[in-house]
Design a binder for this molecule. Structure first.
Ligand code: 6CS
Length: 349
């Protein structure tokens, strides 16, 4: 081979190699840029409902993309309000925060604390969350105003009140300091029920019950079991007044910055996590109650009868009024839609 041919072959090879390497480098770089690690915080512990949701979401994302999701549980990054602030600031990409806390930021989210608005029947409630226009169309707009992309709202379980003594009437609530999550409407509810509402973040509840700073609290049964609340607040009352509802969302700037493909991935992962979690909560309350009763002889369970419930239900209108005062026309529109959605579910069943 002539020297000149050699040189030119070599230079072509070099050129090809250079192009290939740059291509590989670019590919490598873009692969790195696309394979992100998303941070997701929630308010509960390992195996609890929000954790089940978060891990189903993570699993879907990781099985269907190169992205990874890092899940942070209660306490790892602070209280519920801390993880919301971190999400609004873009430090976290995803957060699960319950309206019990979000209600202080988005007053309309307090709708879940109007007592006796939601029925106790699990199937009706699950269908409502699936089909409600208020939940699936109106709430995303309200969350968007706070820089949040609402991905799912879902119920975790029926609320049960735990106290230091058995209760069956509003009179029994007299002078009882009942811990509430930190939204003003829930204080109205317990005020209406005859108690002294005491708003506290989650981290202070067990100790507060143990030391007698508070006399009771409300939560779904699975949480009363998993958090050991029955150990320090052993008298359980099924009042039928509401459901613990929660919501999973993303920082909206982050979400808007995703490719169409990744937006679809996040939506599909949220749907998959929702379906999985709804299956998980079916029968969960009964299992948790059985565990509590096995673990403690001290626990009493009171299921209010219709007449006893009526005494609490009669106090609901003043809470609904307070909700409307706090939220104005927008709250009224939401409440009307919420009621219409419930009616539609009831008439279908
Ligand atoms: O009562 C609370 O504050 C907590 N309850 C539940 C069921 N989940 C998280 C929340 O922080």
């Amino acid at each position: 081979m002539k020297a000149s041919t050699l040189v030119s072959t070599r230079s072509v090879t070099t050129k090809l190699l250079t192009t290939a390497s740059v291509g590989a480098l670019l590919l490598g770089l873009s692969a790195t840029a696309q394979a992100d690690n998303w941070r997701y915080a929630h308010e509960e512990y390992e195996g609890d409902v929000q954790d089940v949701f978060a891990y189903a979401f993570k699993e879907y994302i990781e099985e269907n993309s190169d992205h990874t999701v890092q899940v942070y549980r209660f306490g790892e990054l602070g209280e519920s309000d801390d993880i919301m602030e971190q999400t609004q600031n873009g430090i976290l990409q995803f957060v699960n925060q319950s309206p019990g806390f979000t209600g202080a930021l988005i007053p309309e989210a307090q709708i879940f604390f109007i007592p006796y608005l939601l029925p106790t029947d699990e199937e009706t409630v699950l269908t409502f969350f699936d089909e409600s226009k208020a939940i699936n169309e109106m709430f995303p707009e309200l969350y968007a105003e706070q820089g949040l992309e609402l991905l799912k709202m879902y119920p975790e379980g029926e609320m049960v009140v735990t106290t230091d003594e058995p209760i069956s009437s509003p009179e029994d609530m007299d002078n009882k300091k009942i811990r509430t999550m930190t939204n003003p409407l829930l204080s109205e509810t317990y005020d209406a029920f005859g108690a002294t509402p005491t708003p506290l973040p989650w981290g202070e509840v067990y100790g507060g019950l143990q030391t007698g700073i508070i006399d009771g609290q409300e939560n779904p049964i699975f949480w009363i079991e998993s958090g050991g609340l029955y150990e320090v607040s052993p008298h359980l009352t099924f009042t039928g007044h509401g459901w613990f509802t929660t919501a999973m969302m993303a920082n909206q700037d982050f979400y808007e910055g995703l490719s169409d493909e990744d937006k679809e991935l996040v939506q599909e992962a949220s749907n998959a996590a929702y379906d999985h979690t709804i299956e998980h909560i079916k029968g969960l309350a009964d299992d948790a109650l059985a565990k509590i009763q096995e673990a403690s002889d001290e626990v009493t369970v009171t299921r209010l009868n219709e007449e006893q419930i009526q005494a609490f239900r009669e106090r609901a209108p003043q809470v609904e009024e307070a909700f409307l005062e706090m939220t104005g026309d927008r709250g009224e529109e939401l409440l009307q839609q919420f009621k219409a959605d419930l009616e539609a579910v009831n008439s279908d069943s």
